[in-house]
Design a protein around this ligand. Sequence first.
Ligand SMILES: Cc1cc2nc3c(=O)[nH]c(=O)nc-3n(C[C@H](O)[C@H](O)[C@H](O)COP(=O)(O)O)c2cc1C
Length: 341
Amino acid sequence: MDEAQETIATPLTERLGCRYPIISAGMGGPARSELAAAVSQAGGFGLLGMVRESPALIAQEIAAVRQRTNRAFGVNLIPACTQPKLLEDELAACFDAGVPAMCFFWDVDAAAIAKAKRAGCLVLYQVGSVADAKKAEDAGADVIIVQGVEAGGHVWGRRGLSVLLPEVADAVEVPVAASGGIVDGRGLAAALALGGDGIHCGTAFLASVESFAHDYHKQRLVAAGPDETVHTDLFVINWPKGAPVRVLKNSQTEAAGDKLWGYDPDEMPREVIGHDDGNPIHRLDTNSPLRRTTGDLEAMALYSGDGVARVNAIEPARAIVERIMAEAIAAIRANAAAITA
Ligand SMILES: Cc1cc2nc3c(=O)[nH]c(=O)nc-3n(C[C@H](O)[C@H](O)[C@H](O)COP(=O)(O)O)c2cc1C
């Protein structure tokens, strides 16, 4: 407990029981215990990204978070891309461990929300439209995360965050966190001004010291300038057809040229281009390179949000959280000071 920094208390910090209105996204692969724990311990709210992981790994990672912090955290799962039996076992692993919060994404799965509520969890739901925000709230979600099209990784939002966020904030009663392209305190200040109660960041924490992403991926994020991300469904092997992602441009997106949409995972050849923990990685599958991944890293899915040009260093998660807060408070003060009669 050593936060000297001022904070901005919002309905989101109240609901989640954290000091700062900053959630780190449950990025499948990179958001393991080191990152989630570091963000929660720094005063934000950390999410473990456990999509399609085994129940054994989930139990292990939950225990590892608890060894590093006694603060609240959550686990992210994606029902729509997970076989029902595995999803059931994953949920059971989370509930048996008594996780304080679950975060879900993609199609609104009312049954998953109901199960998590029955198990006593807070439920965060990341959505990409006003209709889904209402559906998730009606099904019992405690927090809505609004994803704009600027987001990195899998992108359910089709519209810009600056238009979608105020619409969702008006449409639901529960606290709302803004997601997509936010990497600094100006983004947090803007989210609050647009009716949000906080932010949910992936890319900003993907480039942290604690992230489980491969150093090659982190270095590519730091080096990236404006206009270097691509919105496409090219990296779709392992997911249902028609799942857009945002990635850094690489040899694969260059080879695709103008044909960035319309890929069908069932029609795509399987070519092994690397391995992770003994498992093969195929060209154009959804695996991004992690710490232990070997192979053609450049050709893999190098997920990135569109705010990446302002990610300029690989920093500890605590420094990222504290910098975002200090910048947001400075931006809000500067704007308030400009108000005149
Ligand atoms: C590397 C990476 C992996 C992601 N994996 C997941 C995931 O497993 N589950 C999920 O709900 N969202 C996932 N996302 C999306 C994030 O939840 C969030 O919408 C996105 O990071 C916000 O945009 P930003 O990266 O510009 O901050 C991922 C994003 C990235 C960058």
